[in-house]
Write a protein that binds this ligand. Sequence first.
Ligand SMILES: C[S@@+](CC[C@H](N)C(=O)[O-])C[C@H]1O[C@@H](n2cnc3c(N)ncnc32)[C@H](O)[C@@H]1O
Length: 269
Amino acid sequence: MSTSSLAAGRAQMPEGSNRVLDERTLAASYRTLAALLKPGMAVLDVGCGTGAITRGMAELTGPSGMVVGIDPGESLVAQAREKHREVPGLAFQVADVYTYAPDVSFDVVASARTLQWLADPYDALQRMAGFLKPGGTLSVLDYNHEKITWNPVPPPSMQLFYDAFLRWRADAGMQNDIADRLAGYFETAGLRDVAVTSQVETVRRTDPDYAAKMSIWAKVAETRGHQLVADGYVTEAQRVAAVQDYTAWLETEGDHMEMYLLAVEGRVG
Ligand SMILES: C[S@@+](CC[C@H](N)C(=O)[O-])C[C@H]1O[C@@H](n2cnc3c(N)ncnc32)[C@H](O)[C@@H]1O
């Protein structure tokens, strides 16, 4: 099987992922984007998931604007339509960035935490740039999963699971360090005024939502973990140990975690 089809299979969001996606907001989870959005703009959100961040975009572009969220996950798009049906100017479509062919052009094309799941992110990036009006802005937010830090270090069972997770992704052609490659891709694709902004997400024990945020890796092991077991990267016992030990760790010893993300913006034309 090619890495592209392996990646497409592995990128499918497992049951239960909406718990993580629904907690995100434009203000907290895509901090550079709000400044680019004005009433009346046409905006495309690539890999919109359940639409929590897309909704925030439509609240800024207003009823005179148009925001389209695309995602290949049929159930995610159905949930997005259901949850945000009352927001004017907001629509969701089941579509894949590699084949999407919009009949309009956009002022802003944005994509958060999506290129990390693709085996050919540069192709996707070029396609996204092609969806823009002349002078339009491409904005991509993504991770370097190799630069995550926890303090203190998480239990060995979670370290084993996390290492397996990164190998499982890399073996499908996904780039675990995509955040640090984005600016080069923007330059190669001919985008202008390329700007890189650190979007590190820090979770501290003193935060009111510490447990919800810190538990992301227990949720990944609970949901994606089944795919890693099926693909032979961890055993079921190792997956369960990672969930249990990490949950106990975050309740007792865990203090803080930093997830490394960059937002990269550039203009066409
Ligand atoms: C981690 S989620 C991010 C969702 C949302 N943007 C956020 O930041 O919370 C990644 C999304 O990318 C979508 N995705 C995966 N492959 C895609 C593709 N080829 N084209 C468009 N979206 C894709 C997945 O279905 C998933 O909803």
